[in-house]
Design a protein around this ligand. Structure first.
Ligand SMILES: [Zn+2]
Ligand SMILES: [Zn+2]
Ligand SMILES: [Zn+2]
Length: 374
């Protein structure tokens, strides 16, 4: 029976309509291969602006880090102020050549309602994850994955030192169906002078819950999910992987730090290590289940100030950073667009069960038992 669900965290409505699809890895979804891996690495990399040796094809870099910089970045007491590394790069940050927002147009006050219209001010950067054109995230060493997260954190904190900026969105598009125009593994950062709607919705719901209970909404949700267990994909002492109650698309998974924290830039080294490990694990599991698949992830972290939505102590206590992951196995169509309701053909309970099962089949060990809720 199709089921209508409201997500407690995002407030979105989703139709879970499992009978509209068979088990996705029984066929069909392989057509969504992220990139054809047939092209020879050299041929693929020859014209790639992100490959080593082509550094002059990008705008001047804003940051770089080599393997030797991991310790320095992780041990930094002044996050966001670290100078770039000086050696050969492992991770490189450059301004987007085709930015969706521009730094030179200055922030102008945005008045809401009617036909609000101002120049789109902000920063748009590309984070080149590795010099290796054909090595996806999950095949990088744990240290290389940790370095990517350390650089993301540095850029996030660096932009939050700019008082004109209010929200940083970190995200990754992998594969053509997910919107990536270049094959070379890269993430992106967009820094905005305002809080965009997706974060605003989470802040407003968090504010309600914090006012009513004095607690963080996502902490409450994670506790309930660990108790229930049916949507828990994996968990350890640092991180919980959940298929959200009203997953908007098949195999949507959220990676949520178990310890409360509003800001990724203030996360602990152990949490970032866990995120690097679990994100690689998840990508392997999803690929094991669906074959090579395009995906997006987005890192949601507290705005710099949060004025008007959730601010000060309430923001620090009431908001909770997390990473939302969606493989691109379905295409939103007319109903989704017209009704503003996602239709998801794989129930999150089923998605979580299959991801746990795939882990077992692949010899990765059973899902670590979630520790009892507090
Ligand atoms: Zn390349
Ligand atoms: Zn929390
Ligand atoms: Zn979110």
């Amino acid at each position: 029976m199709p089921e209508l669900r409201e997500d407690p965290w995002t407030g979105r409505w989703v139709l879970i309509a499992a009978e509209r699809s068979q088990r996705p890895h029984d066929g069909g979804s392989r057509a969504h291969a992220a990139w054809t891996r047939s092209s020879a690495p050299q041929a693929a990399g020859r014209s790639c602006p992100f490959c080593p040796g082509h550094e002059e094809k990008t705008p001047p870099e804003t940051f770089r880090a080599g393997a030797a910089d991991l310790e320095r970045l992780e041990g930094s007491a002044d996050v966001g102020a670290e100078p770039p590394g000086e050696g050969p790069w492992q991770v490189r940050v450059v301004p987007n050549l085709y930015p969706m927002v521009r730094s030179e147009v200055g922030p102008e006050p945005l008045s809401w309602g009617g036909r609000a219209r101002v120049p789109a001010f902000g920063m748009h950067e590309v984070i080149i994850e590795t010099p290796e054109h054909q090595t996806p995230f999950q095949q990088l060493s744990l240290e290389d994955r940790r370095l990517i997260l350390a650089v993301l954190r540095q850029r996030l904190a660096a932009h939050y030192q700019d008082k004109r900026l209010e929200q940083v969105i970190l995200f990754k598009n992998w594969g053509k169906e997910a919107g990536a125009s270049l094959e070379h593994p890269h993430g992106q950062l967009v820094a905005l002078p305002w809080v965009p709607p997706a974060i605003r919705r989470e802040l407003v719901r968090s504010r309600e819950h914090h006012r009513e209970t004095g607690r963080c909404l996502l902490c409450t949700i994670v506790e309930e999910e660990l108790e229930d267990g049916s949507r828990v994909v994996a968990a350890d002492e640092a991180m919980v992987l959940l298929a959200p109650f009203a997953s908007g698309s098949p195999y949507e998974v959220w990676l949520v730090p178990r310890r409360h924290g509003a800001r990724f830039e203030a996360s602990s080294e152990a949490e970032r290590e866990a995120l690097a490990r679990w994100l690689g694990w998840l990508l392997e599991r999803v690929e094991g289940l669906l074959g090579p698949v395009a995906y997006n992830w987005v890192l949601h972290t507290a705005p710099r100030v949060g004025r008007g939505f959730l601010e000060g102590e309430a923001l620090e206590q009431g908001y909770h950073w997390h990473l939302e992951f969606r493989p691109r196995v379905s295409t939103p169509a007319g109903f989704e667009w017209g009704a503003g309701v996602d239709v998801n053909v794989v129930a999150p309970e089923q998605a979580a069960a299959w991801l746990r099962e795939t882990a077992k089949e692949a010899g990765m060990g059973a899902r670590p038992a979630p520790p009892p809720a507090r």
